[in-house]
Design a protein around this ligand. Structure first.
Ligand code: SF4
Length: 229
C-alpha cells in the first residue's frame, strides 16, 4: 500500500487543526489492548457520523481470500486500475495479511441502505459517507493515541471523489491524493471477505438487488473497517 493516504496526512491535518498534543497521546507499541470505555467511544463515534451500527472485533477474525481480490480484475470492474487505492496499485491480500499482524482490533461498521438506492444516482452519496465514516473514525482513533489506525471502505475513490477528474492524481502524475482526508482504500482490492466480516460482527447480510420485484423497501448493508492497535 502506498503512503498517499498515509498516517502523515492524518498527522498534518490534526496538527494544522491545533491538536498540538497528539504526539503526547501516542501510545507505546507494547500496549495494544484497548480499554472497553475507549472501544465504546469509537463505536459511538462511528454511529454519530452516520453508521447504522458498529462493533469492535479481533483483527485475527478478519478473513482475507485471494480469489475475492481477483474479482476486481476478472469482473472487469470499470474502475480497475484507475485509482491508487484500487488494484493493481494496492498491496493486495498478501499486503493486508502482513498489515493485520500489526493490529489487535478492528472497528467494523455498516450502513443499512435501501437496496434500490445502490442502483441509483444516490449510490455516490452513500459511498462518500462510507468513506467519510472510515476516515473520521481513523482520525478519532489517532487523536485518542492509536496513531497507526487505518481506515478502509468500499467502492473506488475515483468514482466517488474524482468522478469529474480525468484521472487519479497519484496514478497519473505521481502527485498527492486530492482527497486524503476522506478517501480510503476499498476492502475489495485486499480480498477482505465482507460477508464473514458482517457475520463476525453479528449482522445478517442481505444481498443488494437491482429490483424488479415488489419489495421496494428491501435493505442492504454497506460496510467499512478501521484497524486499531
Ligand atoms: S486522487 Fe482521487 S482517485 Fe486518486 S487516490 Fe485520491 S481520491 Fe482516489
Amino acid at each position: 500500500m502506498g503512503d498517499f493516504l498515509s498516517d502523515k496526512c492524518v498527522y498534518d491535518f490534526l496538527k494544522s487543526a491545533s491538536f498540538k498534543d497528539i504526539n503526547m497521546k501516542t501510545r507505546g507499541t507494547n500496549n495494544k489492548l484497548i480499554p472497553s470505555r475507549e472501544k465504546e467511544e469509537l463505536v459511538q463515534y462511528a454511529i454519530s457520523l452516520g453508521a447504522t451500527d458498529a462493533r469492535m472485533i479481533s483483527a485475527k477474525d478478519i478473513s482475507i481470500e485471494n480469489h475475492l481480490a481477483a474479482i476486481c480484475k476478472e469482473s472487469a470492474c470499470e474502475n480497475y486500475g484507475l485509482a491508487m487505492s484500487c488494484p493493481p496499485h494496492v498491496s493486495g491480500p498478501s499486503g493486508f495479511r502482513n498489515l493485520l499482524t500489526q493490529f489487535e482490533h478492528a472497528l467494523v461498521f455498516k450502513m443499512d441502505v435501501l437496496s434500490e438506492h445502490l442502483f441509483s444516482h444516490q449510490r455516490l452519496d452513500i459511498f462518500r459517507l462510507l468513506h467519510e465514516i472510515a476516515s473520521g473514525v481513523q482520525r478519532k482513533a489517532v487523536l485518542m493515541g492509536f496513531s497507526n489506525a487505518k481506515g478502509f471502505a468500499g467502492g473506488s475513490c475515483k468514482m466517488i471523489f474524482c468522478l469529474d477528474q480525468k484521472d487519479c492524481n497519484v496514478v497519473a502524475h505521481g502527485g498527492p491524493c486530492r482527497n486524503p482526508l476522506q478517501a480510503r482504500p476499498s476492502m475489495s482490492g485486499f480480498g477482505v471477505n465482507v460477508s464473514k466480516l458482517m457475520e463476525t460482527a453479528g449482522w445478517v447480510m442481505n444481498r443488494a438487488s437491482s429490483g424488479g420485484g415488489s419489495d421496494n423497501e428491501a435493505m442492504a448493508p454497506v460496510s467499512g473497517l478501521v484497524l486499531i492497535s
